[in-house]
Design a protein around this ligand. Sequence first.
Ligand code: MUC
Ligand code: MG
Length: 373
Amino acid sequence: MSDLRIEKVETRILDVPLFRPHGFATYTATAQPILLVSVTLEGGVIGFGEGVVPGGPWWGGESVETMQVIVEKYLAPIMIGREVHDLVGILRDFEGSVANMRFAKAACDVAMHDAWARALNVQVRDLLGGRARDAVDVTWALGVLPLEDALAEIQERRETLGTRSFKLKMGAGDPDRDTKRIAELAAALNGGVGLRIDVNARWDRLTSLRFLPRLADAGVELFEQPTPAHDLDTLRELTTRIGVPVMADESVCSPADALAVVQHKAADVVAIKTTKLGGLIESKKTAAIAEAAGLACHGATSLEGPFGTAASLHFACATPAINFGSELFGPLLLKESYTTEDLVYENGEVRLPTGPGLGLEPDWDKVNFFTRK
Ligand code: MUC
Ligand code: MG
């Protein structure tokens, strides 16, 4: 017997209500479904990872239901019986059995990192290279909201969390009305906070060329993925023509995608979601490519719960290339979380927890309560 050998892989789907509906371009979420993956080692240590997409399969095609099948039927048998420090060998073998499905692989990658770090009594950050920082700036995302509600939420988050920058979701409905909504909000705030928009790839080239300059005039400081993921020529045109930094999100779901964005000079900033990229190892490679090309990297989110957010936070705190802040606010969007202690948010930042592994423990009463029956 080896203490590091993976004995068991278990999954359960949690449905965790949000404190308010979160409106995306094509879907409004009232709860976040999360696939909680646990990896138990023969020595008794358990590690946790989350399979999470923003609300549902509209973003990248995977859902908690597809992830559960992929993990249970195809990925778990590859992990069971292997020592957890075979991590990169296990990830390579995942590729031999399952193409794509990066969100599902990310949940396993994180659960293995957590178990391995706990077994060694070190932080996940230590396995990723050690300390680059202890906290990271957090942008708050508002979803699609009416003006009054958005203003009230911004005011509240500034006061309680010290938030300095806000992301507004666009792409739902008429672009002209959508743009007016954001311009009115920017005028009402009068420059007091940073504002950025995420169109989730819903506009075409002409719509972008027509409305992004108006948003630039209104003071929006960052455009996230206005146009479709595959269309790097248009993304480059927007990056060079409008004079506001462009962030690639849907366009970068692998290290090879990051290389293509670099080669096309298609963006100024790369959104690194550890979920869409298939976990912490692939995120490291992606960030390294962006860094070598002089692009900034943002610690992005799929609205993970506490374990998934902690994983992205350990990654950001171990990776100097994450030099454009983060949006790691996922647990705060939940009505209630499911760990014994919460991540600490203050002064516009989230702080790395200090315990071994991801630094969080499940609250089993709450986990059981949120588990889909
Ligand atoms: C995305 O595309 O960035 C992150 C925050 C949010 O509101 O949506 C997600 C997904
Ligand atoms: Mg995005």
